[in-house]
Design a protein around this ligand. Structure first.
Ligand SMILES: Cc1cc2nc3c(=O)[nH]c(=O)nc-3n(C[C@H](O)[C@H](O)[C@H](O)COP(=O)(O)OP(=O)(O)OC[C@H]3O[C@@H](n4cnc5c(N)ncnc54)[C@H](O)[C@@H]3O)c2cc1C
Length: 471
């Protein structure tokens, strides 16, 4: 019997992953739905790719400015940055659409380039059609979240999408939100726009997922190397427009004092929310509250609805969107066959392109804090980038790395790096952590002089500590 699956958000990364898994199945009929104009998904159009593209221009300027052996500081031509980014993004999006359109040429695949909404449980309205598929996959992504701060409606608020398209930047800005989008775009505004920036950080340091030494190092780096003012343990109270067109943001500090910060532009890098408005979840009998999507990716109130990617608000990053999509497709087939469903779980694997990608932060597996919270007996070792001469020779001497290893059997449980090439090393460490290798058996000889020598140092120190503990 044919299983009819409707995927809402078919141009996105999660939706494409679902379709890719099901399209060759002989018993599946697909209806792919997407209202994107032109379509291509967030990662390609306004997320991962365009942000890394603009960051690279800022990185070149930052590195040239910071290198005392070079003379003069290049300026960033924002028109050229945006034009080049648009060219690349347009090309990537065309490829994504072409792949979806190729599927749609098959007899058992339809593509509807319209907005979908539920009109009853399990029933979708798409334009003037009604669909009653066996399964619906919601893969509608996310949109910027802007906090409901008093006065926010009276001022112009720029989000990440505005920054990626900016061919002209003001002289000053005040920034709310210092999660990964803020950590990536703040140094870009400072370097490419040569802006004076003040960032409001609610906690004592950024990088909640990291052990405190990494957040502290990042704070120092941003203040000293990137010339950004970051105020910590500060909360936004109210914002108001200035007569000359700028904004005044009043913040309160943990000690109760207040400060009024004035700037030309307010930026909100305050996270994202699942794009569920207008989807008619009420009519579907679905309530998108905490826990509304199970780890099997099914809506808890309707086992024939699967919710994947940013839309479920669980872990809004690209590889997770894709893996959730693939798992939802497998689970949907299992559900139809009456087989047990498999929950989606993963090993922590995040990269933040902080410091314009010159000083990225990466975490794979456990941090010291998460290992401790899990009650695991670990040895933990740490190294400064300045301990390895290679970082100085490449003029990127800042940062640190750490390794967390099971004290009893030597299994490598986690790596964190805030240093040059930490993003690249995340892959090596993913293999080591996910294969559960014993640190005493991991080769510790990189080509000399290359930046993975920092990993070799960690392996050696951790292996010695494990041997010592087990003598
Ligand atoms: C500035 C920025 C930088 C980022 N950088 C990174 C990074 O470096 N690495 C990383 O891993 N992640 C990054 N991300 C996150 C990543 O982009 C997202 O997690 C990922 O793209 C989400 O994919 P998705 O498939 O869930 O949603 P999307 O790609 O947004 O797909 C949703 C699709 O649904 C369609 N749609 C929505 N509603 C309807 C409807 N009612 N009817 C029909 N169609 C509909 C939309 O048109 C869209 O095509 C970044 C995000 C931002 C904002």
């Amino acid at each position: 019997m044919t299983i009819h699956v409707a995927i809402v958000g078919a141009y996105g990364s999660a939706g494409t992953a679902v379709a890719d898994e099901l399209v060759d199945h002989p018993d599946v009929r697909l209806t792919l739905i997407d209202d994107g104009d032109p379509g291509g998904g967030l990662c390609i159009l306004r997320g991962c790719m365009p942000s890394k593209e603009v960051l690279s221009a800022g990185a070149h300027r930052f590195q040239a400015r910071d290198d005392h052996r070079l003379e003069g500081t290049p300026t960033v031509d924002l028109e050229a940055v945006v034009e080049t980014k648009e060219r690349h993004v347009t090309n990537f999006a065309e490829h994504r659409r072409a792949a979806v359109h190729e599927w749609a040429e098959r007899d058992d695949v339809d593509l509807l380039r319209e907005t979908a909404r539920f009109v009853a449980p399990g029933t979708l309205a798409v334009g003037d059609r009604r669909l009653d598929p066996d399964y619906v996959v919601i893969a509608t992504g996310s949109s910027p979240f802007v906090p409901d701060l008093p006065g926010i409606g009276d001022v112009d608020v720029a989000t990440s999408a505005d920054v990626l398209d900016a061919t002209d930047l003001p002289d000053s800005g005040v920034v709310m939100g210092f999660g990964y989008v803020g950590l990536e775009l703040v140094p870009y505004l400072a370097a490419a726009g040569e802006m004076d920036l003040t960032v409001i950080e609610h906690d004592a340091r950024p990088l909640d997922e990291a052990d405190p030494a990494f957040g502290d190092a990042l704070l120092e780096l941003y203040r000293e190397a990137y010339d950004v003012r970051v105020v910590t343990e500060a909360y936004e109270e109210v914002v108001e427009p200035l007569a000359d067109g700028g904004v005044r943001l009043v913040v309160q500090y943990a000690d109760g004092t207040e400060e009024a910060i004035e700037a030309e532009q307010l930026y909100a890098f305050t996270g994202r929310k699942p794009a569920l408005d207008g989807l008619g979840l009420d009519a579907a009998g679905l309530e998108p509250d905490q826990g509304w999507v199970a780890d099997t990716m099914q809506a808890t109130d309707d086992e024939r609805v699967f919710v994947v990617g940013d839309a479920n608000g669980k872990e809004p990053i690209l590889h997770v969107a894709k893996e959730q999509g693939a798992r939802a497709a497998e689970n949907l087939l299992a559900h139809d066959a009456g087989d047990p469903l498999v929950p989606y779980d993963n090993v922590h694997h995040h990269v933040v392109f902080s410091g314009l990608g010159v000083y990225p932060y990466a975490r794979v597996g456990h941090s010291e804090a998460s290992a401790e919270a899990a009650g695991i007996d670990v040895v933990s070792v740490r190294r400064q980038a300045s301990d390895d001469g290679v970082f100085a020779t490449k003029d990127v001497p800042e940062g640190l790395a750490s390794l967390v290893v099971d004290a009893t059997d030597g299994t490598v449980l986690g790596y964190q790096g805030l240093h040059y090439h930490a993003d690249v090393m995340a892959k090596t460490m993913q293999v080591i952590v996910e294969l559960g290798l014993d640190v005493r058996e991991v080769p510790d000889r990189s080509y000399h002089p290359t930046t993975p020598e920092i990993l070799d140092g960690l392996f050696r120190e951790a292996a010695a500590a494990v041997r010592e503990r087990n003598r």
